[in-house]
Design a protein around this ligand. Structure first.
Ligand code: 5GP
Length: 116
């Protein structure tokens, strides 16, 4: 899939669009999801241009998973959910709506439905 440099996450990465940033290192950025499915719903994106995981370099993929793991641990400690979903979608048929690779971190609580 060709990469659209004007997608919203590319604009956030360039500082051209706002976000509530929760973490940043040399290769990844994490911020709050603007339409959270639960309290504490985070997104982790690579700084590398890649629409889907198939185009992502192995180094960037490893960096993303490192950030996802660290933030999942932090979210669990801070919010004490009873479960944490980590999800990543590729292509509109898989439910992807923003064409820049991203990982969802979605805290869950027993008996608490997702926010519609
Ligand atoms: P997808 O369905 O592509 O896996 O998820 C895209 C996610 O990006 C959705 O959960 C959606 O709420 C979130 N999102 C879309 N636009 C923005 C935005 O402008 N800012 C932030 N922080 N999140 C966004």
């Amino acid at each position: 899939m060709s990469y659209d440099p004007n997608n919203i996450f590319a604009r956030i990465l360039r500082g051209d669009a706002p976000c509530i940033k929760v973490f940043e290192d040399a290769t990844t950025l994490a911020f709050m999801d603007v339409m959270p499915q639960s309290d504490g719903h985070l997104l982790v994106v690579p700084k590398e241009d890649a629409a889907e995981i198939f185009e992502l370099s192995e180094a960037a993929a490893v960096a993303c998973i490192r950030t996802v793991r660290r933030l999942s641990i932090a979210v669990r400690a801070a919010l004490q959910p009873t479960g944490v979903v980590v999800a990543q979608f590729n292509g509109s048929d898989a439910g992807q709506t923003v064409p820049h690779v991203h990982f969802h971190i979605i805290p869950r609580w027993a008996h608490a439905p997702l926010i519609p």
